[in-house]
Structures are given as structure tokens and as C-alpha cells.
Design a protein. Structure first.
Length: 375
């Protein structure tokens, strides 16, 4: 089996009524009390709550009970991407403040980044980066080469003089989502910085490149992984470098007009074998997080085990690999709400969200988790 071999389809269409219904952006809206947006992680990773939505009626559980819900021979697929300290503060030669969020590392010490600045500097401008309330003196230069991937792109390409990952490790900050309230000038407290660096990262992260964590995997700790192994549950990894586009709002009421962001993924041959072996023995494939879903289904639909994906999963989508999904609670009107609705059924998902709000589950990246089975 080569790394680009197309997997054998194992699809189960979404319900007919769901497939025929025309969904609009407003269908995926809901009211979320602001106090339910988690600002800090649970005291222990596996002590988060788990809303079991695998049956018709929801069941309130604790995440560490997950092994009891799985069978020997099942396969858990994790995203092993590593969040990098991609947010870097600095200034222009005029003294104006600038903030970069590095999205992708290119060859020859070049990077692609979002740039937040009051007035865009000209091509060739040299920015002095890595100077903020935490870093003080020092820093490095970043030379603006132009927009990316072309002159109409929303991102910018910069030339650095040293290895980008080393510079991010020295001068960067954890790129927390906008709904986690921390100072956005690099002046967060030492306690918050230490907590975020430790907890906004999975225990098995090993491939640097993400600017947002695969948050469903944040609930796993070493003890839980060992319990799953003793249960006879297998594990495998894929890599999808989560980009800032995951927080990009859908602006069109007609969701078909939305253009998905691009993210790089890889499914190693060992994981491909594990997936085929799981299906052959009658096990279920459990995707940990929507990023794992997007990776596996990108492979299923394109035949490419590595590359960039812009897959947009909405109700009516036919899943070919994933049987069960462990996921956090997502933002209203987001593409991820559309994905989970496609997976478990729109009405069921909306009922689960209403239950979660009534029971005061914690939402978003540092929040609680939910278990779904394919409709």
C-alpha cells in the first residue's frame, strides 16, 4: 500500500431527510451564555465532563470513563500536531506596533503570517519582532516579501535570518483563540503563561506547526491512555497543522458560498494499515477531534495521504472512515458546527447543545467534550 492509495469506501450516507434539507448559516446559530466559555482548563485533563450523545437520549459522564464506552479492537485516531508559539509582537521602523501570527513555515527561513497593524508597511520593510512586555530587549528582523500565496492573498510572506521554529520558541507566545481572554500585548501573567504553555498542548504532540490545538485531544492524559491500552483499544496518529482559519467566520447565509481555509495534513503508512486492520476485524474508528475527521475524510475522498485540504463537511456528506467522534463544543455558525451536524444528524446535535447549555457544560477549547456516533 502506497501513501497515496485510496482507501476502500466504507460509507454510510447521512439520513435522507437531512441530505435533502437545504441548510443556511442561521440554522447553526444558538445562544450561548458568555459564562459558559471556559477561560481555563479543568484541574486535570481527564476530569472534564463528557456528554455522551451516542444514543438518542444524552448521558452526562466524566471524560475518564471513556474506556468503558469502547471495545477491544476499536481504534482511536489522534492528531499529533504540536502548537507552536506563533504569536509574536514587535514594531515597524516608525515605532508603530505590529503583531504577527505565523501560519506556516516555508523553506529558506521564510514564513507565512497574519499581520495585525494599523497601516500596512511597504514590501521590503524590516519589522523588529520579539519585543514586548515579556521579552524586553532583543528580538529579530522580519522582512516583508509580499502577500501570499499571490498579490491578492490575505496572508503575508516574511524573510527571517534564522530558523523560524527556534525564533518562535524564544520570542513567541501561545496563540490562544480570541474567546480566551488574555492580554493581547504579551503582558499576560506568569501563571497564565505557564498554564497555557502546559495545557494548550496535547500530551502526545510531536510535529510542530499548528497555531491552534486539536482541543478534543486535550482531555487525554497518560493514565487514561494506559487504561485504554489495557482495554484493548488501539491508537494511531495523523497530522493536521491547525491554522488560524479554523476561527474564520462564515459570512454568507448561503453556506455553499463559503471558501474553506487550507491546512496541511499527513497520514503515515502505519496509520493507514491500522485503519484497514481495524475495519477488517470489525472494530470502530474513533476520531479524536474534527481535525482527525477532516484528515481521514480528505484521504478517503481524494486518495491523497498527504497534502493540503480545504474539505468542507456539511449535512449530506458521506463519511467513509469515521464511526465515532470525540469533540469539544463549537462556536455558533461555525464550519465545525456544520461538520458535527453532518456526522450525527442536525436535530440530534442541536438537542445535545441545548442539553449542554442547560447543564452548564463548559464550551470551546478549554471546555468539556462530547461523544457522537455516525448517524
Amino acid at each position: 500500500m502506497t501513501s497515496t492509495s485510496k482507501p476502500k469506501p466504507n460509507s454510510k450516507p447521512s439520513p435522507v431527510l437531512q441530505a435533502k434539507r437545504q441548510f443556511s448559516l442561521s440554522d447553526f446559530d444558538f445562544h450561548l451564555p458568555p459564562e459558559l466559555i471556559a477561560q481555563h482548563p479543568a484541574s486535570e485533563r481527564s476530569s472534564s465532563r463528557l456528554l455522551d450523545g451516542s444514543a438518542q437520549e444524552p448521558i452526562d459522564r466524566i471524560f475518564k470513563s471513556l474506556p468503558e464506552l469502547m471495545q477491544a479492537g476499536d481504534l482511536l485516531v489522534f492528531n499529533d500536531t504540536q502548537v507552536v508559539k506563533a504569536r509574536i509582537f514587535g514594531e515597524k521602523s516608525t515605532g508603530g506596533k505590529v503583531e504577527l501570527l505565523i501560519e506556516r513555515v516555508l523553506p529558506d527561513h521564510r514564513v507565512v503570517a497574519h499581520m495585525k497593524v494599523s497601516k500596512k508597511p511597504p514590501i521590503g520593510a524590516r519589522l523588529h519582532m520579539g519585543i514586548d512586555a515579556q521579552q524586553g530587549a532583543g528580538g529579530f528582523e522580519a522582512t516583508l516579501l509580499g502577500r501570499w500565496p499571490d498579490d491578492k492573498g490575505a496572508l503575508f510572506c516574511f524573510q527571517l535570518k534564522d530558523q523560524p521554529h527556534a525564533l518562535m520558541a524564544q520570542y513567541g507566545h501561545v496563540p490562544l483563540p480570541p474567546y480566551i481572554e488574555r492580554p493581547h500585548d504579551g503582558s499576560a501573567s506568569a501563571a497564565d503563561i505557564a498554564e497555557d504553555e502546559a495545557r494548550y498542548q496535547t500530551v502526545f504532540a510531536r510535529n510542530p506547526g499548528a497555531v491552534a490545538a486539536p482541543t478534543a485531544a486535550l482531555h487525554f492524559d497518560e493514565a487514561l491512555l494506559q487504561h485504554l491500552k489495557e482495554r484493548g483499544v488501539s491508537t494511531a496518529s495523523v497530522t493536521l497543522h491547525v491554522g488560524a482559519g479554523t476561527f474564520q467566520p462564515v459570512k454568507s447565509e448561503n453556506i455553499a458560498e463559503h471558501t474553506m481555509h487550507s491546512e496541511w495534513y499527513d497520514i503515515p503508512e502505519s496509520t493507514q494499515r491500522a485503519l484497514h486492520e481495524c475495519k477488517a476485524r470489525g472494530g470502530q474508528v474513533w476520531a479524536v477531534g474534527t481535525t482527525s475527521v477532516r484528515t481521514l475524510e480528505s484521504w478517503a475522498h481524494s486518495g491523497q495521504a498527504q497534502g493540503d485540504t480545504q474539505i468542507f463537511i456539511t449535512p449530506g456528506f458521506e463519511f467513509q472512515w469515521v464511526d465515532c467522534l470525540i469533540t469539544n463544543f463549537h462556536l455558533p455558525k461555525s464550519t465545525l458546527m456544520m461538520l458535527v451536524s453532518a456526522f450525527a444528524g442536525y436535530d440530534h446535535v442541536m438537542d445535545l447543545y441545548a442539553h449542554a447549555i442547560s447543564k452548564q457544560y463548559r464550551f470551546f477549547s478549554y471546555g468539556d467534550a462530547m461523544l457522537l456516533k455516525r448517524a
